[in-house]
Design a protein around this ligand. Structure first.
Ligand code: B12
Length: 218
């Protein structure tokens, strides 16, 4: 079985002119089912979707995020198998000097808070293409949450990432439903009812209701 496309040449070799879903990840592309991104990409491929992966893009500009063009359905973004802050620092806030999910065990191939950084670059490159975030970094930050690194409560990551949808926990079922419904012609903005997802409008509404409620005055 050949690797999934990571370049335009790979896309052409498969006889495709565009991709349906493009994954962006903070890990190297390791084609093994113990890694969430390749697992989900293979899962969509199995169901007939054309998928590609951009592993560990250089986040200093939008160029690396444009290597596969714009996907027909959406970008799927993850910091990797581990939270990027956990990958970079020990609980004592000391810098880790290696990274097991980077070739050569090298440190520094992903940014801090990679989900936010990658999504922002994608927004810069493709303003109107939907962005779905997932994996452990996004899942644990789906609502307002205590952030150990800044010692403060931060809002849902969906706002900082400027993403359209957040899939939390295991991604297989919600992602397949999302891709299938989009393929069948539903508009992205109307899909707010998939179990295991949190959408931008719903979270925004929840935030406004909370701010106006007596609970927030305590
Ligand atoms: C197996 C495992 C290990 C193994 C890894 C073996 C290997 N080579 O893969 C070993 C024992 C080596 C290990 C080590 C460590 N681990 Co560990 N490990 C796990 C464990 C138990 C399972 C991870 C796994 O393989 N999952 C299977 C994959 C397929 O699932 P997944 O990555 O979660 O992906 C799913 C979803 O997240 C989602 N998804 C993923 N990506 C995306 C992307 C999008 C766009 C979407 C929509 C969805 C999505 O869909 C996927 C499929 O359902 C988890 C706990 C857990 N139950 O998840 C901890 C866990 C990942 N480990 C953790 C930690 C802290 C560590 C260590 C740092 C511990 C230490 N102090 O040394 C080290 C770091 C290793 C390193 N990289 O250097 C933490 C990470 C915490 C965090 N906030 O990031 C976890 C969550 C445990 C915990 N609760 O504390 N670990």
């Amino acid at each position: 079985m050949s690797f999934l496309p990571i370049s335009r040449e790979d896309v052409k070799k498969r006889g495709w002119d565009e991709l349906d879903v493009i994954f962006v990840t903070g890990d190297a592309y390791i084609d093994h089912p113990s890694f969430g991104i390749p697992l989900l990409a293979r899962w969509l491929e199995f169901h007939g979707f054309r998928v590609g992966i951009i592993p560990q893009p250089d986040w200093h500009s939008k160029d690396a995020f444009m290597t596969l063009g714009a996907p027909r359905l959406f970008f799927a973004v993850s910091a990797g198998a581990m939270d990027s802050m956990v990958a970079h620092y020990t609980p004592a806030r000391k810098l880790r000097h290696d990274d097991a999910y980077t070739p050569g065990n090298r440190h520094g191939a992903r940014p801090n808070r990679a989900t936010i950084v990658y999504s922002s670059r994608l927004r810069e490159a493709f303003r109107h293409v939907p962005i779905v975030v997932g994996g452990i970094e996004a899942s644990l930050r789906r609502f307002a949450h205590y952030d150990f690194w800044e010692d403060k409560v931060r809002r849902s990551i969906i706002f900082d990432a400027k993403a359209d949808l957040l899939i939390y926990g295991m991604g297989e079922t919600p992602m397949l439903e999302l891709a299938t419904r989009l393929r069948n012609g539903e508009a992205f903005s109307s899909i707010t009812d998939i179990r295991g997802t949190a959408s931008f409008p719903m979270l925004f509404l929840a935030m406004v209701l909370f701010v106006k409620s007596p609970l927030s005055q305590r």
